[in-house]
Ligand binder design. Structure first.
Ligand code: MBD
Ligand code: FE
Length: 284
């Protein structure tokens, strides 16, 4: 840690909850969902809960612990974290199963829109002497027919301590966040640093569940992207680094082989990676 303050679950949870409320009007999009569908989904989830209780003869003590824990998740602002870690990967699978272009992955709780606009040859905002191995990433955005697309790569990632700007104290607002626009050739070149693996906060309710269940709290190191171009479906993805100890047991289950980078060490101590994106045209 370079800063004396530590990112607490309550602080990062509160930021993530506030961010979610500012960015989305989630109920707008489901205004016209018929009661039959709400009834079916709610009933099936409750049926699954009831079946688990009966199968394992869940006691009143366990029920009360669950109740207290659920209340705590809300008080800690950790619903975005909980849902994105343990549920979103299946939503993402279902939402993108029709695609022929790039595989995607979950967005997670730490995306912030309107990051600084950068050109196609970009350096992410960084602190003076930002710690971490310098990383130069070159790629191209193309359509499924192979044609280049003038598009945008929104990139955000943790620093070399595993912390995200705006969700941990003491980090400049847009540190390691940027929106990179390409020209007509779709090409981009981004200079940043390699992020560290990310440990979800252990001092909040999600951490309590992890400890009580004997799980670990780690996600492998990753770069988050949202890649877009006119007439094409937005791609939300994460890119991973070979050899990370948690590539095989990501707590958020969001690693896919297609999203693995192949960094090449350079004589100057930096790394170079080549990775491009294929976007699916919007369906007619
Ligand atoms: C992260 O950085 C993340 O990407 C996800 C999915 C959940 C928690 C923290
Ligand atoms: Fe992340």
């Amino acid at each position: 840690m370079t800063t004396t303050e530590k990112a607490s679950a309550a602080a990062s949870g509160a930021s993530a909850t506030e961010r979610f409320h500012t960015d989305k009007s989630p109920f707008e999009a489901v205004r016209d969902v018929p009661a039959e569908r709400v009834d079916m989904l709610a009933r099936e989830v409750l049926d699954a809960v009831h079946a688990t209780i009966r199968r394992h003869r869940v006691s009143y003590d366990e029920y009360n612990a669950l109740k207290a824990w659920l209340i705590g998740v809300g008080q800690d602002g950790e619903w975005p974290l909980f849902l994105d870690v343990w549920v979103e990967h299946v939503i993402e699978d279902v939402a993108t199963s029709h695609r022929h272009g790039n595989k995607g992955s979950i967005e997670g709780p730490y995306y912030v829109p309107d990051a600084p606009e950068l050109g196609a040859d970009a350096t992410l905002p960084m602190r003076d002497g930002e710690a971490g191995t310098p990383l130069v990433w070159e790629g191209q955005i193309t359509s499924t027919d192979g044609k280049p697309l003038a598009g945008k790569v929104e990139l955000w990632h943790a620093d070399s301590d595993g912390f995200y700007s705006q969700f941990a104290p003491g980090i400049p607002q847009w540190n390691l966040r940027g929106s990179i626009s390409t020209g007509a050739d779709g090409r981009f070149r981004i200079t940043t640093i390699r992020p560290a693996p990310y440990q979800i906060p252990t001092d909040g309710s999600c951490g309590k569940l992890i400890a009580a269940a004997g799980w670990h709290a780690w996600r492998p190191a990753h770069l988050h992207v949202k890649v877009s171009a006119p007439g094409h479906e937005m791609l939300t993805a994460q890119l991973y680094f070979p050899g990370d100890p948690h590539n095989g047991d990501d707590i958020a289950d969001a690693v896919k082989p297609e999203l693995m980078l192949a960094p090449v060490a350079q004589p100057d101590g930096s790394e170079n990676v080549q990775y491009g994106f294929v976007l699916d045209p919007v369906r007619a």
